[in-house]
Design a protein around this ligand. Structure first.
Ligand code: SAM
Length: 311
């Protein structure tokens, strides 16, 4: 198989057959909790904050009647966000087949279905999207990859194939949005000589210390991530952001936004009149202080948002 940049004809160094099975097994085994159960969770605050950030991002970078592609869509947790954004169609892809079944089920139970969906099992960081999803669905207006693009950073092949896929199926002027762990924060902690850090809610553990905080390659910089009740020591990869932006340029993706969750949140509350929504979502108190505990906030602060435009 070949693409314009030749990335699909590249030899598969390890066929991408490494951590993806552990990742898939992990996400497939996550229970499909009800809304009531989620409200009782010890990470309810983390979930609310993350959902708030994703809603904002989707709202800012999609338009009514868009067709959206959600890579690593999981159990379809963003379905309502897309509904509110007024899109016409949503394609969801995930390697976890059981999660895809949950996503289909969630859509089937939605009261308002004013857009079409197509949920597919596949690895969009390795395989051609046109082999996973019916090609008639392309091109799309927006590609969203929430809390998942760091899995593409396992090998050069995966990363290039992921970017080639995204660039190829996006319309010119279309957006590629996502949420990833903030590499600047990871590097800051590494430079302090830490190999492992976190709190009672989350933990990040590198196998070796790296006090220079530099990486020889853009890919393969592995650590284990744990988030109480959500992610149990799953292998993840650093997204060295500057290098990511440079590589994305090769695929005609131009950076429009990169902010930590906290900066993005505070700016939105200041500029976008969403304080009341943040209060209703139990993120902020009336006096503007956080209604979420310190340790949960620290877990939220691990992440950053990005938005690229296909040029
Ligand atoms: N995007 C969803 C959300 O925000 O709720 C799910 C996020 S979950 C932390 C990460 C998701 O990425 C999981 O559903 C996992 O199965 C998926 N994933 C990981 N590696 C993947 C790959 N190579 N291809 C497709 N999906 C992948």
């Amino acid at each position: 198989d070949s693409s314009a940049d030749g990335s699909f004809s590249r030899k598969q160094e390890n066929g991408g057959e490494t951590d993806k099975y552990a990742v898939r097994q992990h996400y497939n085994s996550r229970p499909n909790n009800s809304t009531q159960e989620r409200k009782k969770s010890t990470i309810f605050g983390v979930r609310s904050f993350n959902n708030f950030v994703k809603s904002l991002l989707i709202d800012m970078y999609s338009r009514p009647h868009d067709v959206a592609l959600d890579l690593g869509c999981g159990k379809g947790g963003d379905l309502l966000k897309w509904l509110k954004a007024g899109i016409d169609g949503l394609i969801g892809v995930d390697i976890a087949d059981i999660s895809i079944e949950h996503a289909k089920d969630r859509f089937a139970h939605m009261r308002s279905k004013c857009f079409w969906v197509d949920f597919c099992v596949g690895d969009p960081f390795l395989d051609r999207l046109e082999d996973i999803v019916h090609p008639d669905a392309f091109p799309v207006d927006v590609v969203s990859c929430q809390f998942a693009f760091h899995y593409a950073f396992e090998t050069e092949e995966r990363l290039r194939n992921a970017l080639a896929n995204i660039s190829r199926v996006l319309k010119r002027g279309g957006k590629f949005i996502g949420t990833i762990p903030d590499s600047e924060q990871l590097v800051r902690n590494l430079k302090l000589g830490k190999k492992q850090w976190g709190n009672s809610i989350y933990r990040i553990s590198f196998e070796e210390a790296n006090p220079t905080g530099t990486f020889e390659t853009l890919w393969g910089n592995r650590y284990m991530f744990h988030l109480t009740e959500a992610v149990e020591d799953v292998p993840e990869y650093v997204v060295p952001f500057e290098g990511f932006v440079k590589l994305a340029q090769e695929y005609n993706l131009k950076l429009e936004r990169h902010q930590t969750f906290m900066k993005f949140f505070h700016q939105a509350v200041r500029d976008r009149d969403v304080k009341k929504v943040a209060e209703d979502s139990k993120i902020l108190n009336r006096d503007g202080t956080f209604a979420i505990g310190e340790e949960q906030l620290e877990a939220c602060a691990v992440y950053a948002v990005f938005a690229f435009e296909k040029v």
